[in-house]
Design a protein around this ligand. Sequence first.
Ligand SMILES: [Zn+2]
Length: 236
Amino acid sequence: MTELLFRDDAYLKTATARVVAVQDGVVELDRTIFYPLGGGQPGDTGFLIRDNGDRIAIADTRKSESPGSVAHRLAAGAESPQVGEAVAIEIDWPRRYALMRLHTALHVMSCVVIAPVTGGNIAPDKARLDFDIDMTLLDADRIAHGTNELIARAVATESVWITDEELDARPELVKTMSVQPPRGVGRIRLLSIPGIDLQPCGGTHVANIAEIGAIRVTRIRNEGRRNKRVEIVLAG
Ligand SMILES: [Zn+2]
């Protein structure tokens, strides 16, 4: 099991950790600030830093095959740390912070376009949601304006934990049909943007939606009968 430090504090840029396993170019640590790919948010990149100052590049982060563990993938040609070694860990913060801002922006936008979400993806420079909706109901200016009006409320976000049973009793919370919340661990994490949005999400978010700034809608495209895609970028 890897202790997921980003769960309690998404703003950790550095930490210390101990190497618990190294195999096939993958490093597992006892604790991590690296977010593993999931829920449409890519895995973090960054460095493990050895006592002698050597920087070991991490090219990607995924959920490990062993449940509850995180796999830090070494960049091609990177040296391997030793099991038991203490290392400093550092994520590519500008990249992660852009992902956090765009990820949180998608939560807000999902409250402007009222339709089931059939897909989504976040990259450092753009993000998108797919909706099961009639194309004629999607207007780029209206979506951008509505989203930016909500962002301007400058609301603080919070994590809320509920049980599987509580979620079953409130199926309306699950907007994203393609990404079901993880089951079986007893508790499910919700992201709350009070007065705007509440939905299961294990990703990393900004502490206050004002940090998003504003968004622009760059593209609306028909990607299939149930996938009308709205793509956004940060405006500043
Ligand atoms: Zn989220």
